[in-house]
Design a protein around this ligand. Structure first.
Ligand code: KIV
Length: 273
């Protein structure tokens, strides 16, 4: 394995990410929602495990991320935290648990930290959620921001197309990114914005930016585990690199098992007592 600055770290913290950013080491983040997957990610020494509200899509089959509840996120997060020793675990605050009410936001963040054992929370938005961010940070809970395409606002956007292609919206992303850094967010996800804009934002900030569909100039990258492993099939945005085609392999293995059962070749002599 290649030696990186972070390789020898026994626990990745927000300080580790700050050092990585300062020294130019890129940050690798992937999602996990369950114990077994999180065990594999930690074995591979991923830097950050994100318990994303994308669980609503890939685990529960909802069309958007809106329906997932705080209790469901805590269930996923605590499963992940039982597996992870090394990576930084960041958990999404789900839709409706932090917008418009900073006291509720703090209550939601505290529940996640207390009941799952996570290291940090992530939430979507800029100026409109800054009061919630301030309150959560005041309790000593690290906050990761999320700008650009913010899937919890899908009903406002009406589409999952690339964001901030107009000067007005690009300026808004830049302004919000600066605001999130000034208020104390330790990192920022930039989702589905032009690569040139992500580069500008990254150069303007000193906290790390983590991109998804935001080009190569961010401080790190994130993908949804089920997408990069080819478990999900319908979802094929341009930015997605598939590292395996697991759906084909898994369906093949299941068909093999069915054949073995029906032909009574499983179990064999050595597979019985
Ligand atoms: O929920 C999620 O998986 C996310 C990533 C796509 C950044 O927010």
């Amino acid at each position: 394995m290649v030696q990186y600055l972070s390789t020898d770290v026994s626990k990745v913290t927000t300080n580790t990410l700050a050092k990585m950013r300062a020294q130019g080491e890129r940050i690798a983040m992937l999602t996990a929602y369950d114990y077994s997957t999180a065990t594999l990610l930690d074995m591979a020494k991923i830097d950050v495990v994100l318990v994303g509200d994308s669980a609503a899509n890939v685990m529960a089959g909802y069309k958007t991320t809106l329906p997932i509840t705080l209790n469901e996120m805590i269930y996923h997060a605590s499963s992940v935290c039982r597996a992870v020793n090394r990576a930084l675990v960041v958990v999404d605050l789900p839709f409706g648990t932090y917008q418009g009410n900073s006291k509720e936001a703090l209550h939601s963040a505290i529940r996640i930290m207390k009941e799952s054992g996570a290291d940090a929370i992530k939430l979507e938005g800029g100026r409109e959620v800054i009061e919630s961010i301030d309150r959560i940070l005041s309790a000593g809970i690290p906050v990761m921001g999320h700008l650009g395409l913010t899937p919890q606002s899908i009903n406002k956007f009406g589409t999952y197309a690339v964001r901030a292609t107009s000067k007005e919206e690009a300026d808004q992303v830049k302004e919000n990114a600066r605001l999130l850094e000034e208020h104390g967010c330790f990192a920022l996800v930039l989702e589905k914005i032009p690569a040139a804009l992500a580069k500008e934002v990254t150069e303007d900030l000193s906290i790390p930016t983590i991109g998804i569909g935001a080009g190569p100039h961010t401080s790190g990258q994130v993908l949804v585990f089920h997408d990069m492993m080819g478990i999900t099939q319908q979802f094929s945005p341009r930015y997605l690199r598939r590292y395996l085609n697991l759906s084909e392999e898994i369906v093949g293995a299941i068909e093999h098992y069915i054949t073995d059962v029906k032909s009574n070749t499983f179990p064999n002599e050595s597979e019985q007592y």
